[in-house]
Design a protein around this ligand. Structure first.
Ligand code: BES
Ligand code: MN
Ligand code: ZN
Length: 481
């Protein structure tokens, strides 16, 4: 469960405390006895030690004395991780409430610590008999700080909630969430956050001639959906909208170009891009950021049924481009292409798409970051990369030379849907690029979207990568007016 987050200006009688201090010796005796202070001093004197745990009759006090100097991205991540790392202790001692107190000048690090606690407390227990016993006991996190504003606390709380929602959408199996189910979840999120949501059904998708989405859907027994979410605040800083596009393949078997079963196992995660786009617009709207945002999510499963599209087929995309399908497992680009075409009607300031698009992106940089390419969006890309470092959802920009595009030439159609054996993440980007005529950034999240085992505050399963990145990007956009 997501613990509530509360800002207090003065510390009350806190039982379990995380105390940030620059000078432990200056802490009043009501909080730290002289014995404890001298123990803390000795412990902290050890080289590189920034925390000391002081156990007290069934309670805990963690004293934190962060090293001096500027708050860097690396430090923020370090303190997020430290936040997550106390959860095991809280669990063991069934502690339901903690107070994070900033006695020094460490508001940002205390907030990062809280972020790690919140994000790390996520669990997906819905299908377990032992859920009750496994459930984390933590329900309330107090932050005591004179520096922090209520707005930052509220935004962190909203963002963590969006991350939880996104992770759960990714963790739900196909049996619980097909394309229509996913769209219904997006509608529900829109309702909560005050976002206009429209879900196009198959008929509407046919009328729009979204040939890519329809082709991928042909092997499915469930109809496709196309969800449009729009958040338009009263006085947005952007005249033209920021458009997010998310891949919503609710399950990817590969279609007739069937995946080997080991690589199919985790393919419920193939809608992580759409869940991240929805999570981001949800948080942006709930926080009331002054940014006009649209999110577009094409959704279907990719399966080899009797009527499935086959290698060799030529399909007609929404923008009338013809595509020779040479691998039905390169389906993400087909459904995204139609969404990118649809995005043109917004005359967007910038389009950012998120997709678990290629194993090649995963192979190239692992789970440690996402692969990106861009067109006409150099400045935004630099901002996004910087934001990626700050929130630790890092971006590796790949080259995007013209030659990669030539690998997509087909004998029989305008394009084919696969490049060669090399540079798969880039040729996939080139395919998408064909359907854009606006500033555009493509984020391939195939590596970091889904983890087989937990990595600090990134839980196993869906990580919600992209949500924190896009929220922070929009927050920065909203600041300059
Ligand atoms: N959904 C997969 C990509 C993927 C791989 C996501 C690993 C998450 C983890 C995508 O649809 C796919 O199958 N891509 C193919 C493209 C190829 C056929 C050109 C791939 O990467 O093998
Ligand atoms: Mn595929
Ligand atoms: Zn896929």
């Amino acid at each position: 469960m997501l613990p509530a987050l509360k800002l207090l200006k003065k510390s009350g009688k806190s039982e379990n405390t995380i105390l940030f201090a620059s000078k432990p010796e200056a802490i009043p005796q009501s909080q730290l006895t002289p014995e404890e202070a001298s123990y803390a001093k000795k412990q902290l004197a050890a080289k590189g030690k920034e925390t000391v745990l002081i156990p007290r009759l069934g309670k805990i006090l963690l004293l934190c004395k962060p090293e001096k100097g500027k708050v860097t991205a690396v430090k923020l991540e370090k303190w997020r991780k430290k936040g997550e790392s106390i959860l095991a202790l809280l669990n063991e001692h069934k502690i339901g409430e903690i107070s994070i107190i900033d006695e020094g000048d460490h508001a940002e690090l205390a907030l990062a610590f809280a972020e790690g606690v919140l994000l790390g407390n996520y669990q997906f227990l819905k299908y377990r008999k032992d859920a009750e016993e496994k459930e984390s006991p933590l329900t309330l996190v107090n932050i005591v700080s004179k520096k922090l504003k209520k707005e930052s606390i509220d935004q962190l709380s909203i963002l963590a909630e969006a991350v939880y929602r996104c992770r759960t959408l990714v963790n739900e199996p196909l049996s619980a969430l097909n394309a229509e189910g996913l769209s219904a979840e997006f509608e529900a999120m829109g309702q909560v956050a005050g976002i206009k949501v429209e879900v196009f059904n198959k008929q509407r998708i046919e009328a729009l001639r979204m040939g890519g989405l329809l082709a991928v859907n042909r092997g499915s027994i469930d109809p496709p959906t196309f969800t449009v979410m729009e958040y338009k605040p009263e006085k947005p800083v952007n005249k033209k909208p920021l458009v997010l596009v998310g891949k919503g393949v609710v399950y990817d078997t590969g279609g007739l170009s069937l995946k080997p079963s080991s690589s199919m196992d985790t393919m419920k995660c193939d809608m992580a891009g759409s869940a991240a786009a929805a999570g981001a617009i949800y948080a942006i709207a709930k926080a009331g950021l002054p940014v006009h945002v649209v999110a577009l999510m094409p959704a279907t499963d990719n399966r080899p049924d009797g009527n499935a599209y086959v290698p060799g087929d030529v399909i007609h995309m929404m923008d009338e481009t013809t595509v020779e399908v040479l691998n039905t497992d390169a389906e993400g680009r087909l459904i995204l292409a139609d969404a990118l075409t649809y995005a043109k009607r917004y005359d967007p300031m910038l389009v950012i798409d998120l997709a678990t698009l290629t194993g090649a992106a995963h192979a190239a940089i692992g789970k440690y970051g996402m692969v990106a390419v861009q067109s006409g969006a150099r400045k935004h890309m630099e901002k996004l990369k910087e934001t990626g470092l700050q929130v630790h959802e890092r971006i590796a920009e790949f080259p995007f030379w013209d030659e990669y595009g030539e690998l997509l030439k087909s004998e029989v159609a305008d394009l084919k849907n696969i490049g060669g054996p090399y540079a798969g993440a880039i040729t996939a980007g080139k395919f998408l690029h064909h359907f854009t005529d606006y500033p555009w950034i493509h984020l391939d999240i195939a590596g970091p979207a889904f983890l087989d085992k937990k990595d600090g505050y990134r839980s196993s399963g869906g990580t919600a990568v992209g949500v924190r990145l896009l929220f922070e990007f929009a927050r920065n956009l909203g600041k300059k007016s």
